[in-house]
Design a protein around this ligand. Structure first.
Ligand code: NDP
Length: 246
């Protein structure tokens, strides 16, 4: 069993989840990396974090599948004994007209982005409630706050994440567990890889700070909410978005 604090991060093979894993490893945490399809990248990140001296566990699971999430959580608890922090960063996005959204595309969007958070929180909570301690951070999006044209399913799922976070925070406060949400603006990751240079420039222009955000800036926000400095925050939505929505 590890004496270090532990964090389990979903969607840690790339982007915001991977950068969050690096930051928690720097802070001395034992890190559980969840991935779904990007095995090689998850393995490379695990090696990178181990070279920094962090104990690392690697867990393949599709967060939309309850059975896989339950197995991942049981494996993590078997490896490291407890879950101090859960970060739900796994997510997918797609741009299409609402009238083109198929039933299966809708289910997939809600399945990964919203059911995934439900599954991971439910799986991690028995350990946190028993210890009367824990920090959960969910990832929404500014589109979950204000809605995006051509991203109705994504916006609905991410608005759902905010509702889940607020309600769960109220339910878990008496158990000594905080639940907060980070709702980023446009961040430089592969999720935005399909955007044209023109669109990226337009998005930067629309942002008062005149640029896109970095995964590190989101990771630092997540870290804040789980650190001592964030101990009186629960049920809150913090929005590293460069002022895109205010
Ligand atoms: P990326 O596309 O860079 O990475 C997505 C991550 O989610 C990957 O690690 C991927 O794993 C994982 N993932 C996808 N589907 C599943 C699944 N079914 N089960 C488990 N893991 C899965 O995205 P970002 O890092 O940019 O986004 C992270 C979070 O932040 C998401 O929830 C996103 O909605 C949110 N966000 C991002 C913004 C942005 O501009 N980038 C803005 C606002 C919010 P693998 O490759 O192994 O399948």
């Amino acid at each position: 069993m590890s004496e270090r604090k532990t964090v389990l991060i979903t969607g840690a093979s790339r982007g915001i989840g991977a950068e969050t894993a690096r930051l928690f490893a720097e802070k001395g945490y034992t890190v559980g990396l969840n991935y779904c399809r990007s095995q090689e990248r998850a393995e490379a990140l695990a090696e990178e974090l181990r070279a920094m001296g962090a104990p690392v566990g690697l867990y393949r699971a599709d967060v939309s599948d309850r059975g896989q999430v339950d197995r991942m959580t049981a494996d993590f608890l078997g490896d490291f004994g407890r879950i101090d922090v859960l970060v739900c960063s796994a997510g997918i996005a797609r741009q299409e007209l609402f009238t083109d959204v198929t039933e299966s595309a809708w289910r997939e969007m809600l399945g990964v982005n919203l059911d995934g958070v439900f599954h991971c929180c439910q799986a991690a909570l028995p350990d946190m409630i028993r210890r009367k301690s824990g920090r959960i951070v969910t990832l929404s999006s500014m589109w979950g706050q204000v809605g995006a044209s051509c991203e109705v399913a994504y916006s609905a799922a991410k608005a759902g994440v905010i509702g889940l976070t607020k309600a769960l925070a109220k339910e878990l406060g008496p158990s000594g567990i905080t639940v907060n949400c980070v709702a980023p603006g446009v961040i430089e990751t592969e999720m935005n890889g399909q955007l044209s240079q023109e669109t990226r420039e337009a998005l930067a222009e629309e942002t008062p700070l005149e640029r896109l955000g970095t995964p590190r800036e989101v990771a630092e926000t997540i870290w804040f909410l789980t650190s001592g400095a964030g101990s009186f925050f629960t049920g809150q939505v913090l929005a590293p978005n460069g002022g895109f929505i205010i």
